[in-house]
Write a protein that binds this ligand. Structure first.
Ligand code: NAD
Length: 258
């Protein structure tokens, strides 16, 4: 009999920003290893379609609408999940947005929206989901940072601030919730081919093809990441393979930061 190193079968996973890109690929990979996955997203239409696609492949998934900047939504989905599933084992706090602007060019509302989705959202949903992990056997939280949470980047001031915040919030959460057998780690992707990356070209008024090529070339593996590349790192952090890892960040970027 094959050994199960992952140990996520029938455990409940919650993924934010799950209608697209990295969130969707991770929801799919978690479902492939037998986890029951709840997809959360602000976009109901895309989220319902994403869940339907995964159900069509035979996976156990649900979609719930959740704006991670809304305390009401985060509390509501946690109550729904508790009612239907009881405990949660994996929480992937992944929703994020980017505005490619300097502090001078950023409108205050743009600063607030980037910080609220990408950083405050991690706090808010964790606030309501951690009790559902602690009342079970514990679990694993993975927060999406970025290479730009570890170093600076151009014309992305609010995003760099939010992602650096996610990196250190991860460590604070790991310290607080280790005693509840909850591990908290951060995944730091490099440029990954998703709608978010392609939208950056638009925001910077650059040709999309040239922007994607430039983003790929400047790293040892000389290609963009796929959402599945990042999902594999998240699966590692979610699974028993990383059983003694907490409070750290995993860089998945084709060697870009090196
Ligand atoms: N793509 C990259 O190159 C890259 C690199 C580093 C980090 N990241 C991070 O990865 C994460 C996922 O990004 P992606 O590239 O898959 O983007 P994406 O745009 O493909 O997906 C993001 C999803 O988040 C959802 N979302 C936006 N605001 C939300 C909110 N308030 N509440 C709930 N859901 C919301 C969107 O509807 C969308 O489905 C983000 O945190 C992003 O910052 C991406």
């Amino acid at each position: 009999m094959e050994k199960d190193y992952i140990q996520l079968k029938d455990k409940v996973s919650v993924v934010t920003g799950a209608a697209s890109g990295i969130g969707y690929a991770t929801a799919e990979l978690l479902a492939e290893v037998g986890s029951k996955v709840i997809l959360l997203d602000i976009d109901s239409e895309k989220g319902n379609q994403a869940a339907q696609n995964l159900r069509d492949k035979g996976y156990q998934v649900d979609f719930l609408k959740c704006d991670v900047t809304s305390s009401h939504d985060c509390q509501h989905v946690s109550e729904e999940i508790n009612r239907k599933y009881g405990n949660v084992y994996v929480l992937f706090n992944n929703a994020g947005i980017i505005k490619r602007k300097t502090v001078v060019d950023l409108e205050e509302a743009e600063w607030d929206s980037v910080i609220n989705v990408s950083l405050k959202g991690v706090y808010l949903l964790s606030k309501y989901i951690i009790p559902l992990m602690a009342s079970g056997e514990g679990g694993s939280i993975i927060n999406t940072g970025s290479g730009w949470g570890l170093k600076g980047g151009d014309k992305a001031a609010a995003y760099c601030a939010a992602k650096a915040g996610v990196v250190n919030l991860t460590k604070a959460m790991a310290i607080d919730h280790g005693p509840q057998n909850i591990r908290v780690n951060c995944i730091c992707p490099g440029d990954t081919d998703t709608p978010l990356l392609r939208d950056e070209a638009k925001q910077l008024q650059l040709d999309e093809g040239a922007f994607l090529k430039d983003s790929a070339i400047d790293r040892p593996l000389a290609r963009l990441g796929t959402p599945r590349d990042i999902a594999k790192g998240v699966l590692f952090l979610a699974s028993d393979l990383s059983s003694w890892m907490t409070g750290t960040e995993l860089v998945v970027d084709g060697g870009g930061l090196a």
